[in-house]
Design a protein around this ligand. Structure first.
Ligand code: IMP
Ligand code: MG
Length: 210
């Protein structure tokens, strides 16, 4: 599966896409001035998640069950959408980690705030993440979960920022879309706990995070 390339998809608000269109799509009016461009509209996100689900359903068609391990809070929107579209029964679990001290840069240090409740030994597990940036978070999670002897362990990310990759040991089997090196928010992605509830993925204006 080839990820959707979003490099040419940045629609400048007020130029390529109107505020009215965004409000109609469900973006809250007071958040719009903070956004520079739109990267993915709700229908585009839905198509991407459908394609990820089709690929996963195909790859695991011999399996009776799949364990989706969502990384909170970013995966709070992707995971239910994905689980609904995958044709194999899914067990849902969540873990919570912190890698960003509430800001914009990854510290490289990953703390487990909440562990999975399920025993993953002998099971097919897919970690579901909002975005892969440096990949330090995923590297830590993969090492930790691998010690628990799952039957298989893969990663599914809605977005990937290939230019920011530092940890090249992390192989991501399922990537929805690649985005340029800009700070993106919405569809689970936040800045300082804000913007997660937007139904779109958008580029945040620099003055809102610098
Ligand atoms: P990594 O460990 O550097 O790969 O960071 C991954 C985590 O950083 C993601 O799960 C996000 O929570 C956060 N992150 C990275 N880039 C962005 C972004 O552009 N917007 C919002 N959160 C981001
Ligand atoms: Mg985050």
């Amino acid at each position: 599966m080839v990820p959707v390339n979003c490099y040419g998809k940045r629609r400048i608000i007020g130029q390529d896409i109107s505020k009215e269109e965004l409000i109609k799509a469900g973006v809250k009016q007071s958040l719009i001035p903070d956004l520079k461009s739109v990267i993915l509209m709700p229908n585009e996100i839905d198509t991407i998640i459908s394609e990820l689900a089709d690929k996963i359903s195909q790859d695991y068609k011999e399996s009776e069950e799949l364990l989706l391990a969502g990384v909170l809070k970013g995966a709070y929107r992707i995971l239910p959408n994905l689980a609904e579209k995958i044709t194999i029964p899914c067990v849902i679990d969540f873990m919570s980690v912190s890698s960003y001290g509430g800001g914009q840069h990854s510290s490289g240090e990953v703390r487990i705030l909440k562990d999975l409740q399920e025993n993953i030994q002998g099971r097919n597990v897919i970690i579901v993440e909002d975005i892969a940036d440096t990949r330090y978070t995923l590297g830590t999670l993969l090492s930790l979960l691998n010690t628990r002897n799952p039957d298989s362990l893969e990663v599914c990310c809605l977005l990937d920022k290939p230019e920011r990759m530092q940890n090249t040991d992390v192989d991501i089997r399922y990537i929805g879309a690649t985005v340029p090196d800009v700070f993106v928010v919405g569809y689970g992605l936040d800045f300082d706990s804000k913007y997660r509830d937007m139904p779109i993925v958008a580029e945040l204006k620099k003055e809102c995070y610098l």
